[in-house]
Design a protein around this ligand. Structure first.
Ligand SMILES: Cc1cc2nc3c(=O)[nH]c(=O)nc-3n(C[C@H](O)[C@H](O)[C@H](O)COP(=O)(O)O)c2cc1C
Length: 196
């Protein structure tokens, strides 16, 4: 049976939070649904999970750096969806930091620059300590991302990795997957959009 995301191309952006290990499960679920999954990690995310884990799950190179693509035989413009075939950018986990950079339009690494350049749906899955989540700066930044049309998935309440409890847990990968599927099945494939 064909997966619900077959023929869809998804970039999974992973930032440097403790929930980065859950992004491996999300990558696996996306692949199982038939999506072509490309993982882009922040430099800090690589302190939590090795790029090799994502490469093994997706069967594709995992990128962290903006530069050096052409010299190593890769895309010299990895921050641009030049073919217009990207169906979704999913950032999971989304740290307070990447959320703030995206809200401010800062483009100082591959993931934040990609987030600024794509025109496909963007799904943001916040995950952080509950005080970071409740901070007015984070609330404002999430509101700004909503105003851009980005879909904010979670977080949920519960026990946090730091041992405290509150709002800040990343939504479970299966629930993130269902939200992505619900949105994408209702849209034509990126390359088939009128004018796309
Ligand atoms: C053990 C540990 C766990 C962390 N977990 C989170 C987290 O869940 N969410 C978050 O926003 N920041 C978390 N941080 C802080 C981020 O790693 C830090 O803000 C970093 O600058 C994020 O960089 P990035 O957004 O470029 O990946 C954690 C830091 C440490 C040392």
């Amino acid at each position: 049976m064909a997966g619900r995301l077959s023929d869809r191309t998804v970039v999974l952006g992973v930032s440097g939070g403790i929930a980065a290990y859950k992004a491996c499960e999300l990558a696996r679920l996306l692949v199982r649904e038939g999506a072509s999954v490309y993982v882009v990690m922040t430099e800090n995310a690589t302190r939590f999970v090795a790029p090799l884990s994502f490469e093994a799950i997706t069967g594709r190179p995992c990128r962290t750096d903006m530069f050096g693509g052409a010299s190593s035989g890769g895309d010299p413009y990895p921050h641009l969806d030049r073919s217009g075939e990207l169906d979704a950018l999913v950032i999971a986990p989304a740290t307070a930091n990447i959320i703030a950079r995206m809200a401010a339009g800062i483009a100082d690494d591959l993931l934040s620059t990609l987030a600024l350049s794509v025109t496909c749906p963007v799904f943001v899955c916040p995950a952080m300590n509950h005080r970071m989540y409740r901070h007015p700066a984070t609330s404002r930044n999430i509101g700004t991302l909503r105003s851009f049309g980005h879909r904010i998935l979670g977080p949920e309440e519960g026990e946090l990795a730091c041992g405290e409890s509150g709002a800040g847990r990343m939504l479970e990968p299966a629930r993130i997957l269902e939200a992505i599927v619900a949105e994408l099945v209702a849209r034509p494939r990126a390359g088939n959009r009128p004018g796309g």
